[in-house]
Design a protein around this ligand. Structure first.
Ligand SMILES: [Fe+2]
Length: 349
């Protein structure tokens, strides 16, 4: 076990566990060498705390970030079946999301709806947003599971989760629906339908080709997963992201957390949009989730989950050069709205 007097950082906090560079120990190569030499320390602390924030190191560019992430987990991946539009910066580092700055990204464990979600997610702040905006909040989904009313948990477990996503096709250059996040060829990086079907089969997504070149994916996922190392039960699903009530519900909480004219107006807009979306059937929604038999999830159950998430939310302002390593088996992430410059990069393993 590493000798604490040799650590290149000083530790504080719980979620995230913050490792602040000691004076004179800010170089990235020294940090990488230390992380590579102490894999057990790194994995144990990540499992216990759920996230490790490395702060004050000399992270200037995406390559510095990638080197640190690789020192925590050498097996970085670059297949992405999530919903955010992302731009590649290196072969393995992407912009965290090209979604518009006003759009709140609710808490989720990365790709939890896939058959084999990533075990680690990393973010790095290459350009910090304005104060009180654009944070990447974290939430311990072990605590969300513990906090939820047992009756709510039972209704989710007994009802199950069915996810519906509708994508437009390569013939559609522009998106006409603000919730239609990507085209299917952007998501699967191919226009070959057979290749799309093969990728979907590997994930257990049911494919329906629609008129007008559209693609509908219907899938199921677990409500919870048990942590592969600690065995703790974790709320591990994407309902808070995919449910059609998400935008209005998030804006209501964001407007209460951070009152502003802009947030109140966005909330009103989202409420109006949700009302019009509810006139369409579940299968026609850009993104939605129901129980397995097609019943809508009760609104009060969705709110109970969101309330449990917000009770356990940790909002840490970004500083330029920050790198956060997240145990994706237990801790979720999201994004608060912002205006102006912000560059946050992501990679995963
Ligand atoms: Fe994400």
């Amino acid at each position: 076990m590493a000798d604490p007097t040799d650590y290149p950082f000083v530790l504080s906090g719980d979620l995230p566990l913050t490792a602040r560079a000691k004076p004179g120990r800010e170089d990235v190569s020294g940090l990488c060498a230390w992380l590579q030499a102490n894999p057990i320390w790194v994995q144990e602390h990540l499992t216990t705390h759920g996230a490790l924030l490395l702060r004050g190191f000399d992270v200037q560019v995406a390559e510095d970030f990638e080197a640190i992430a690789r020192s925590v987990d050498p097996e970085l991946k670059n297949e992405y079946l999530g919903t955010s539009p992302r731009d590649g910066i290196t072969d393995y580092v992407f912009s965290a999301s090209e979604l518009p700055d006003f759009y709140p990204i609710p808490q989720h464990c990365e790709m939890s709806f896939c058959a084999d979600p990533p075990r680690r997610v990393f973010f790095s702040c290459l350009e910090a947003p304005a104060p009180d905006s654009g944070e990447t909040p974290l939430c311990d989904f072990r605590a969300v599971w513990r906090d939820l009313d047992p009756d709510v948990r039972s209704r989710f477990v007994e009802g199950g989760i069915r996810i519906i996503r509708n994508y437009s096709g390569p013939g559609h250059g522009e998106h006409d629906d603000p919730l239609r996040l990507k085209r299917w060829d952007e998501m699967f990086l191919t226009t070959d339908r057979a290749e799309v079907e093969a990728q979907c089969a590997a994930q257990g997504f049911e494919v329906t080709w629609l008129e007008d070149d559209g693609l509908r994916l219907v899938s199921t996922q677990p409500v919870y997963r048990d942590h592969p190392v600690s065995g703790e039960r974790v709320w591990h699903n994407h309902v808070t992201t995919f449910h059609l009530g998400t935008a209005a519900a998030e804006y209501a909480r964001i407007a209460a957390f951070r009152p502003s004219e802009r947030n109140r107006n966005l909330q009103k807009l989202a409420v109006a949009l949700e009302a019009s979306l509810r006139e369409k059937s579940a299968l026609e929604q850009s993104m939605h989730c129901t129980h397995l038999d097609g019943r809508e999830i009760r609104d009060e159950d969705m709110d109970a989950v969101r309330d449990a998430v917000w009770r356990n939310l940790v909002v840490t302002p970004w500083k330029r050069g920050d790198v956060v390593a997240i145990d994706n088996h237990s801790v979720s992430h999201g994004r608060l709205p912002y205006e102006g410059p912000r560059q946050v990069a992501v990679c995963w393993a």
